[in-house]
Design a protein around this ligand. Sequence first.
Ligand code: SF4
Length: 269
Amino acid sequence: MELGIANSGIIFDIKKFAIHDGPGIRTTIFFKGCPLICWWCHNPESQNFKPENFINPKNEDKHSENIEIIGKKVSVSDVFKEIEKEIIFYDQSGGGVSFSGGEPLSQPEFLLSLLKLCKNNEIHTVLDTSGYATEEILKQIQDYVDLFLYDLKFIDSTKHEKYTGVSNQQILKNLIWLSENGSKIIIRIPIIPGINDDNDELNKMRDFISGLNNIQGIDLLPFHKIGKNKYIKLNLLYKMENFNEPSSELMEKIKLKFEDTNVPVKIGG
Ligand code: SF4
């Protein structure tokens, strides 16, 4: 089915002067809603597709002003007005716009409408994605994305399903398709001790990446617990309490392994 043009979508944040979501200085648009529920997600407020309440744990009285609403419906034109304000910085720094989330591909018409406006105005575009979308959607979006930041969490599908709630079959298929069809891709791998840092899983990821084309880089993202407080505010169970953040020695060791792919590897986003 051909994607139409949307008038609006749901986002939970717009970050100006972002420097970790692609090259140069960027404006990052955070889409609300994700079909995955990764145990380690540090933006749990991005998962639910609808606006929701953040409750300050010090005062759970719902009538108090300690409730913050996360997420809002916004028009395509209002979001683009925000994007346009920073054009001078994109031009000076080689930056542009990044679409992140949540999962932007889960609001495909909203995403496509914004991507088209960016392309018409020669603004560089990055899509930060879990890759979980139908091939049909991906193919219609692809032409308008200059660089994909593509998450790779596991090759093992059973583990992927256990820790994210969905199978990775389509995700891996989409990644292969993009790599064979000219997209520029940076692979982003969260490193989570006790979950995906065993040699077997890391070797499988390394070998899988070695077989792809057009990979510009690999970012190894150390797991951290910074998002824990958000789980409390959303009244969600934080499953990562007993998992450790990776040491810098472990990150360096894993970096060496991925350097076998002959793709530039970096620790951090
Ligand atoms: S894919 Fe990203 S946004 Fe979605 S649940 Fe996983 S970590 Fe969170």
